[in-house]
Design a protein around this ligand. Structure first.
Ligand code: SF4
Length: 294
């Protein structure tokens, strides 16, 4: 069996930076270390951190005192209100928010301060969206083009300034939204607010992994997607491989590789943006070993 890796796979810049910062804190050995929610969506990385004593905090059930505790803010970021609450309880903050997410947060804050009505395109329950929304006053979160159009219509109907054309509107998006979906959401809002200021907040990391997988699919018989099931971008890679007509499996580790993969001559290997190098390497070794047995 031949194994071909996607040209771009695994950790993106923001995730690698967050993991490095967490490792750095542990090496410094300055006391109790926690993360605000799971640091990244990957079970092996989370288990590794847990074994070293890193706890994941739940924003809805924070301990009364966090005095002497270092809290690492994950790559997706958090709202300023939650950050203030952590500080109020005594936590020392290490901000591992991805610089691209930080840029979205700052943009949301400045647009809001300039009087824009802000639309935010993305998954309502996603940590990044909740965090960015917290930086703006009255931010309207929309998940898809239909919802965007309805929300714009509602704003147009209920806001007196909208009809006189003095209501400034802007759109920012979750960094991982697809460009096509983002553009359709913008079009939906523009039906009511043609002057909509669309800010490009899309991160290329997700798109690069998806394009590399499409290219890979043309050269292989089957695909293994390495990554956590809770990672949205990893699950999206699995759907893309299936859309390309390839038998495909999502595996979190080498122990989950299905036996029937050995019947394919050429297997493609790709990985989500939160999958560590060691996991990818271990899966590749296991695939090659399986191929030799056959
Ligand atoms: S996908 Fe992009 S925005 Fe999200 S953490 Fe990675 S580098 Fe940052």
């Amino acid at each position: 069996m031949k194994v071909i890796r996607a040209k771009v796979l695994g950790f993106c810049m923001g995730v690698r930076r967050a993991v490095d910062m967490a490792e750095g804190e542990l090496r410094a050995g300055g006391g109790r270390v926690c993360t605000m929610g799971p640091l990244i969506h990957n079970p092996q990385v989370l288990e590794h951190l847990q074994r070293q004593g890193v706890e994941s905090l739940d924003g809805d059930h924070l301990p009364e005192s966090l005095s002497g505790v270092t809290v690492i803010i994950r790559a997706h970021g958090i709202s300023p209100a939650l950050e203030d609450e952590l500080k109020r309880r005594g936590a020392g903050i290490v901000d591992a928010t991805c610089p691209r997410v930080k840029a979205s947060q700052m943009k949301a804050r400045s647009l809001s301060a300039e009087g824009y009505k802000l639309f935010l395109a993305g998954e309502k329950k996603h940590g990044e969206v909740i965090g960015v929304a917290g930086y703006a006053r009255d931010c309207i979160v929309v998940a898809d083009p239909l919802e965007a159009e309805r929300a714009a219509e509602e704003l147009f109907r209920t806001n007196p300034a909208a009809k006189t054309g003095v209501c400034k509107t802007a759109l920012i998006g979750q960094t991982t939204i697809s460009a096509e979906e983002y553009s359709r959401i913008g079009e939906g809002i523009k039906k009511f607010f043609p002057g909509l200021n669309i800010i490009n907040t899309i991160c290329g990391a997700t798109r690069d992994r998806q394009e590399a997988l499409r290219e890979l699919c043309a050269a292989v018989d089957a695909v293994i997607v390495a990554g956590g099931r809770s990672s949205a971008n990893t699950r999206r890679l699995l759907s893309i491989a299936c859309e390309q007509g390839k038998p495909a499996w999502l595996v979190e580790g080498s122990g989950e590789i299905p036996g029937q993969i050995a019947s394919y001559n050429t297997v493609g290997l790709c990985a989500g943006a939160s999958t560590p190098d060691e996991t990818i390497d271990a899966i590749e070794r296991a695939l090659l070993a399986l191929g030799q047995v056959e």
